[in-house]
Design a protein around this ligand. Structure first.
Ligand SMILES: [Zn+2]
Length: 343
């Protein structure tokens, strides 16, 4: 990944540094793992750190789910003085009630447990705040990561899908019904080229995600002339191995023409969505994270994105908090839910 060489964009106005006056327990619930840790009280100017990290496999039943979360919280409570818990989870979350509204396909137990906040608060005797994972990750990057100091920013995560969170005027933007920032599902075509996991057609996610990149690879390989196609498959997919993201990355690193073409298309696909969102929000910073972020050429993406946006006065930055953005963001949001940040 190249170091982005971009203009020194100053935020439109000064944003005072928020203060975490005491440690908070942050929990990130993913499809395969639950990570929990302590986000310490803020050290002026210091980067966010997460301490005492503990992990468990994501349980399948409601009983186990609650039990594991309670055990993780009790374990951290025994070691640290804490008075709040922030949780980041997949799915649309009503953050005011602490209920999960749906779409937790890879965590079936949660669909049977909509009122997680009330259930947990009773068991651990601490206030609990629950947030959508992409929102929490964006907020973490804004408060303590790559976009610290931005006035208006959004963050995307490139992984199996495309997640997004928006901070506008120093506030996480959730929309009227908690469905905002589903940027992965803006359509970037209308010709029914690719079906999305949401059931609709041609969503940005169907192109820019890992799954989208794999589809782009398959289409490019199919369309290549036979000698190039055969050479590619022989070298990168021996024994009829399927084409994967890693196959493409390997070919790209070798500067194989087909690998270069596929990655070029992928950068265009990401830029199309970014440019459209920039034209709506006019942000000063954009953060790109997620598992595929390491393969993004930021200089190339910045150039492509600028061509599609009316403003070129923004910074495009790699995420800084990695796997812990959700934990950090959820912890900050828990503090804010108790005492709204006035800036
Ligand atoms: Zn979709």
């Amino acid at each position: 990944m190249k170091n982005p060489a971009q203009p020194n964009v100053k935020p439109a106005h000064h944003v005072p540094a928020p203060v975490l006056s005491q440690p908070v327990i942050g929990i990130d619930m993913g499809g395969t793992k639950i990570n929990a840790g302590i986000v310490p009280a803020e050290v002026a100017g210091g980067a966010a750190t997460v301490q005492s990290i503990t992990s468990t496999a994501t349980p399948r039943t409601v009983g186990e789910f609650i039990q594991n979360l309670v055990e993780m919280i009790e374990h951290l409570k025994a070691e640290h003085t804490v008075s709040l818990v922030g949780i980041s989870t997949a799915g649309v979350v009503n953050t005011d009630l602490g209920t999960i509204l749906g779409s937790t396909g890879n965590m079936p137990a949660l669909s049977k447990l909509p009122n997680l906040k009330a259930e947990l608060e009773e068991r651990v005797n601490l206030p609990v705040h629950i947030e959508n994972d992409a929102n929490a990750a964006a907020y973490g990057e804004w408060r303590a990561g790559a976009a610290k100091g931005a006035s208006n920013m959004f963050a995307i995560t490139l992984g199996t899908g495309v997640g997004m969170g928006i901070v506008l005027n120093k506030t996480l933007y959730r929309g009227s019904h908690y469905f905002a920032a589903e940027g992965g599902h803006i359509a970037i075509a209308y010709t029914q080229e690719r079906k999305c996991t949401c059931g609709r057609w041609d969503c940005w996610e169907a192109f820019a995600s890992g799954t989208g990149l794999k589809k782009t690879a398959e289409l490019n390989i199919e369309a290549a002339s036979e000698p190039i196609q055969q050479e590619f498959l022989k070298k990168y997919c021996p024994d009829n191995d399927p084409v994967t993201t890693y196959t493409v990355i390997e070919a790209w690193k070798d500067r194989h023409p087909l690998g270069v073409k596929i990655m070029d298309d992928w950068h265009n696909h990401i830029a199309v969505g970014l440019g459209s969102i920039i034209n709506v929000l006019d942000p000063d910073m954009i953060v790109v994270g997620g598992g595929l972020c390491q393969f993004v050429d930021f200089d190339l993406l910045f150039e492509r994105t600028k061509k599609r946006s009316l403003s070129s006065n923004f910074k495009l930055l790699p995420a800084m908090l990695g796997n812990y953005a959700g934990i950090v963001g959820a912890a900050y949001l828990a503090v804010e839910a108790m005492s709204p940040y006035e800036g």
